[in-house]
Design a protein around this ligand. Sequence first.
Ligand code: BGC
Length: 714
Amino acid sequence: MQSQAYNKERVEAILSKMSLEDKVAQMLQLSANANPSDIFEKFKSEGKLGSYLHVLGHETGSFLESAAQTELKVPPIFGIDAIHGHALLKPATVFPSQLAMACSWDDDMVEKVGEVTADEVAADGLNWVFSPVLCIGRDLRWGRIAETFGEDAELISRLGAAIIRGYQKNGNVAACAKHYLGYGEATGGRDSYDTEITERKAREIFLRPFKAAVDAGCMTFMTAYGSIDGESLTVSHRYLTEILKDEYGFDGFVVTDWENFRSTVQGQKLFESMDDACVAGVVAGNDMSMNSNEFYAALVNAAKEGRISIDVIDNAVRRILAVKDRLGLLDGEKKTPLSRDIIGCDAHQAFNYDVAVKSTVLLKNNGALPLAGAKKIAVLGPNATDVRAQYGDWTYFSHPNPKPEETGKECTYTVLKGIQAAYADSEIVYAKGCSVVGAEDAQTSDAWMNEALAVAADADASIIVIGDILDQNGETKDRANLVLSGRQNELVKRVKELGKTVIVVLVNGKPLELNEVEKYADAIVEGFNSGDMGGLAVANLIKGKENFSGKLPISFPYSSAALPCYYNQYDYWHFGQKYIDVPKGSPYPFGFGLSYSNFVYGDLSLDKTVLARGEKAELSVELKNDSAVDGEETVQLYFRDKICKILTPIRTLIDYKKVSVPAGESRTVTFTVDTEKLGYYNRDCEYCVDAGEFALYVSGDGKNFKEITLRVAE
Ligand code: BGC
């Protein structure tokens, strides 16, 4: 599906009446916070700027009024980082982070998250979300792992397309696929650095979610900060124009990330002047500049001096106007806005609760869960009460305009509040135990630890909520050490030494090394950054009022130095096949997640075992819920080309299905296997499906696989 049609005549008529200055103004986006400057004030009063970012609804009035005074009456498009809900606005619904919601593997639910978010954004008077992040989260050191849908191209493509459909469903908000391309794969997990991949590799992995975004009709794209093999994305005609616009047929507009043009001068040292940088960036395929003030004068001058063709500028403006028209901004009709009452309303929070339940993953359970009959429960740990840690990045507390004085919302459930609500008949006692980073003095630190141990000693069970905090996650917060910081591991160990049940709940932005926790915890629950309802969801899951169904979209490391640990790597063919000092693979791999139900997989069967290229086969598997608890399972289908002309990963996900199976019952799960999905890119970047044998694997946990062979005939 491409973006819905726009009124070409209207757009061309506006374009034909624009001066050069009007056109270049359309191509600029300024931040209402990072300015003000003379140029900001000029645009604000003239009413001709293409876009503003980081403006909340109540701040839009003067910008709209000045646009309405102009002859052409083209309003600005307002962009906002509503990346897990419209969370920069305080009363809005804060959903789990992208990484957390990816644990649901639920396309329909993620689509609805997009729709609800867009409704709240539109009700606030804005029309453009800088979401989704389609970067592949394979280097856990990268600060922005929490913003991704995990490590796998297929899962990211499906969830990305789903949330884009949701955002754009009601026609008043544009989505933005970002960051194009390779940001998450930068060498060393460094924010905004070079990515050492080839175009072949880009096509095999990194471009796939972006192609899916184009096919889902995504109206805008954002250019990444980084470079690929030494070529800055900002000036990459190959990636921005030849592949994205010409080959994939992207018909929306491309906005740079924050001051990309300036980075090509100051950071990447590609140009001596902003003039040259802006011209090269626009010629490469960027249609709008995010917040480089110099852009306006640079481009106007370059056009007057003939250093950039007016056709290039016209094409960029045409794309911007087309998106504005699709959003109904150019038809001059007065729209009845969605009621502000929907922002953070009860219905949205009820849905948010379901999202949080489905986004939580059970990593370990030795029988301690469900936790029943505990008269006294100790809730310990720094993240049991930390709303900021639970929310993660990009909320009104944090990035990009931190408001340290803000308080949490009434409706938000931390884990402590959730446990208090779920276990209303038990006595709940809280003690912090330690801080996350351990910056306090030794005396305070010991006092916290001792208090927690005393509380735990007197309780039937301890729920210890640990993880990471905002300072350890997010843009420019790459992290070399993935060990639980401060005295968090010690807290778990010492509480366990009291001989009591220990349940660890993780509130964090990325997979951390859990070797110590695994040793001492009876159960481990991973919530990531779970939004407003995370605490209640976790509590009801621990209690058994809800069942776990989440599966990891990303693999956990045995050690910070044993990276990367993503599942779809090549075989390791020399002796040993592992680091000498840590186990091979991942303790909790991609696809892993336990449940109170016990799912038993039967053998696989195919309706055809030999196929011609282009044909499809039906693969079936019997799934039994061998337990007394109704449950939902995510059945995952992987493949491997057994003999291939190019190295192939040990397994590649090609499909997944969510299936509800009542206690004691069985369901037959059927996948359509399309031979077209069994291919690879060759040296010349051509997609090929070889003849020969293919292994198909079905799994529910990323650890145990049922296998069957399919043959593609010559
Ligand atoms: C981030 C983008 C974000 C933009 C606007 C940049 O620093 O990389 O993801 O959308 O700022 O806030």
